[in-house]
Every structure is written in structure tokens, then in C-alpha cells.
Design a protein around this ligand. Structure first.
Ligand SMILES: *Cc1c(COP(=O)(O)O)cnc(C)c1O
Length: 383
């Protein structure tokens, strides 16, 4: 039993099969259909499908002109892709410590760091809040700070499609420039591999769409000279091949029909865990804030008695029993590559402290009550 996994139906298989026997395997109609479905669902103007959320993050940074000499801030409690995207652009990365109760970027820590950065003339160009485990960061507060300190915002919503903040869907970009999603199989919906960047700004959308396909345009109004003929295309920027195939898009589009059901099932299972752990004061689930509807990508508990050695023992014991517990996340700044850049233990104490006691329990739409009971019994037996 893994901590997360995809739920694939016969309808999903049929949708993929249909593409395989159609005219287009890539650059066909399924990609814009998937983009339109996401844009409609999130109530946002533009959506660009790409081959991963990592690519979406990279293109989002490039669209906001992140380059050498710039500074990008994100959370240390995330997957490495949230900060690597800035390094791809030659920018410097720094982190903002977390609220230990939610695992999200701490707004007070952000404000404190902005005040210091203003004095030192080291303000960030872009801040990337990560909606940890599927619960939104306090985006309105972060947006207010962006107006005062003049930074752009990319939401890393890899965990959070289907989530809501203050009654509106994540991805509407009310408080950000760009929001990105991941469709890796452990996430809320899947396209196999895949990602999406959404925005309300046409100029950002154009740049993302240009760069995902080599920086090549076929639209005559964007070309610099008269066309050689109807075959003409021009490379007007240095882009990549970050395109999503129609095979992936057809799966993603089909899965979008299930997103609300998947999230509701995750909620029901999370509540079931919560009701048991209510009677165990040493086990604390991640806090859920008011005005939030998490997508519950992950169900995480903090176990107060855990130390480094105890945690290793506990995870090994549970995995031996077939209970696929996991840990999210090893703080990014402690990864060897980041330590080479100068980060060290002690830099972000809340993220480090949180990491010591956090444990991710299995949660996905197909987890049965019997399997969940086995997880609970195995965990309680070890404490
Ligand atoms: C999964 C994930 C990514 C990367 O997603 P891919 O689609 O695998 O590239 C980025 N950020 C976070 C927070 C993630 O969980």
C-alpha cells in the first residue's frame, strides 16, 4: 500500500486508446481541450499544458524574466523542483521558513525577511509559495506584501488542483501572476507525466506557449520579416521542447471529470484518520485553516515523540508491514546540492523541526477503509 497512487478507470483507458488510433499523437486537439477544461475549472483566462510541473515552473520563471542576478524565494518544505526552476534561469535562490502547523510558507517570516532584504537591497524578483499537501498558502497576505515590495508570484499548486482558498478555486490567479499544477501519478489527477501553467495575463501566456515549443512561432504577426512561403516558421526566442503529447492530454482531460470526486474521497478518508487521532494527543494532523478547502494530496501527522533515530525505525517497521508511509519533505536547503551553494543546518529551523516529526500516511481515492484501519493499527502499535 503506497502513500499515494493514481486511480485509472476504463473511461480513462478508452480516452487514451482513442488518441492512439487518431491522426495526432502530439500537437493535436486533445492538448487545447485539456487546457480549456483546466482554465474553465479554475476560472482563469489562459492555460498552457507542458510535459511536467517542473517545466511549467521553469517557463513561469522565464516568462517573468528571471535571469542572472535575480533572486527567487520559495519554501524549504517542498520538492526540489520549486527552487531548481530559479537556478535553471541563473538566478539565486533563498527560502522563507514555514508555519510548522500547516507546513506552508509563514507570512510573518516572509514579511520579516522582506524588511531585512529591503535594507540590504536583496529583494526577490519572484516568490514561489507552495500549497503544501494541497492547502493553499495565505495568498491574500502574500499578495499584499508583493504590492509593497514589488515581487511577482508563482503559485506552486502541484498538490492543489481542486482546492479552494476563500471560496474560490486555486488557479484563478487572483493573488498571483502564474499558478502551476502537476499531473504526476501521485498527485490529485494524472496525465502520466504532465503539468500546466495558468495565468490571466496574455503576455505571460504567449511567452510560456512560445518557449514550450523551441521559441518557434508560425503566427505571421509575430515574425520579423516577410514569409518565405506557407511553410515558414521563425525561431524568435530560445525555447525548449516542453510540449505535452495528446496521449497525456487525453488522460488528463478525462481525469478532470473526476477531480471533485477524488478530492471529496480524500477528505472523507482524512476525516476518518482525524477522528481516530483525536484521542491520541501525541499525533497531530496538519492544521487546516479557516477559509480553506485542501485538495488533501497528502495526509501528514506530526508525532511529538519522534527523534531522527526513532523515525527511521518507525518508517522501516511500518514499511515492513506493507504500510507505505513516507516523509514530505527533506528541507530543500539541506540537500547536498544546496549545501554546496552555502545553505546549512539551522538556516530554517521551523522546516527542520517539522521534518523531524512529520510522517505521511497512505491517502488516495482507492484506499479502502480496511486498508486505512490497517495503517492506523500498525502505527498505533509502534508508538
Ligand atoms: C510533484 C511536484 C513538483 C514537480 O512536478 P512534476 O510534474 O513531477 O515535474 C513540483 N513541486 C511540487 C511541490 C511537487 O510536489
Amino acid at each position: 500500500m503506497a502513500y499515494g497512487k493514481q486511480a485509472i478507470s476504463q473511461a480513462d483507458i478508452d480516452a487514451v486508446n482513442e488518441v492512439l488510433t487518431s491522426e495526432f499523437l502530439t500537437q493535436g486537439p486533445a492538448v487545447p481541450k485539456f487546457e480549456a477544461a483546466i482554465a474553465h475549472y479554475c476560472d482563469v483566462k489562459f492555460a498552457s499544458a507542458v510535459n511536467s510541473a517542473t517545466s511549467a515552473l521553469h517557463l513561469a520563471c522565464l516568462a517573468l524574466d528571471v535571469t542572472i542576478g535575480d533572486i527567487v524565494w520559495t519554501s524549504p518544505n517542498t520538492f526540489v523542483a520549486s527552487s531548481n526552476c530559479a537556478l535553471y534561469c541563473g538566478a539565486d535562490v533563498d527560502f522563507v521558513d514555514i508555519d510548522e502547523h500547516t507546513g506552508n510558507m509563514c507570512v510573518e517570516a516572509l514579511e520579516k525577511k522582506l524588511i531585512a532584504a529591503k535594507r540590504a537591497n536583496t529583494l526577490p524578483k519572484v516568490v514561489i509559495p507552495v500549497h503544501f499537501a494541497g492547502q493553499s498558502c495565505d495568498m491574500e497576505a502574500i499578495y499584499q506584501l508583493s504590492l509593497k515590495y514589488h515581487f511577482n508570484i508563482i503559485e506552486d499548486a502541484s498538490h492543489a488542483i481542486g482546492a479552494e482558498y476563500k471560496g474560490a478555486k486555486i488557479g484563478n490567479c487572483q493573488f498571483s501572476d502564474i499558478c502551476i499544477f502537476s499531473f504526476h501519478p501521485v498527485k490529485i489527477i494524472t496525465s502520466g507525466e504532465g503539468g500546466m501553467a495558468v495565468t490571466n495575463q496574455a503576455s505571460l501566456d504567449h511567452k510560456i506557449k512560445l518557449l514550450r515549443s523551441h521559441g518557434i512561432t508560425k503566427e505571421s504577426h509575430k515574425m520579423s520579416e516577410e514569409l518565405d512561403g506557407p511553410w515558414a516558421y521563425q525561431q524568435i526566442d530560445l525555447g525548449f521542447n516542453y510540449r505535452m503529447t495528446d496521449i497525456h492530454a487525453a488522460l488528463g482531460l478525462r481525469q478532470m471529470q473526476e477531480v471533485d470526486r477524488f478530492v471529496a474521497q480524500r477528505h472523507a478518508l482524512a476525516q476518518r484518520y482525524d477522528s481516530i487521532f483525536d484521542c491520541h494527543p501525541e499525533i497531530t494532523p496538519l492544521a487546516q485553516r479557516a477559509n480553506q478547502y485542501s485538495a488533501f494530496h497528502l495526509y501528514i501527522v506530526s508525532i511529538s515523540s519522534l527523534t531522527k533515530d526513532k523515525k527511521k525505525h518507525l518508517v522501516c517497521q511500518l514499511r515492513e508491514k506493507g504500510v507505505g508511509v513516507h516523509v514530505h519533505y527533506i528541507p530543500v536547503h539541506l540537500q547536498p546540492y544546496y549545501q554546496e551553494l552555502g545553505f546549512k543546518m539551522g538556516d530554517f529551523p521551523a522546516a527542520e523541526q517539522y521534518y523531524q516529526t512529520a510522517l505521511t500516511l497512505p491517502l488516495h481515492p482507492q484506499l479502502t477503509h480496511a486498508e486505512q484501519d490497517k495503517v492506523i493499527a500498525a502505527l498505533l502499535a509502534q508508538l
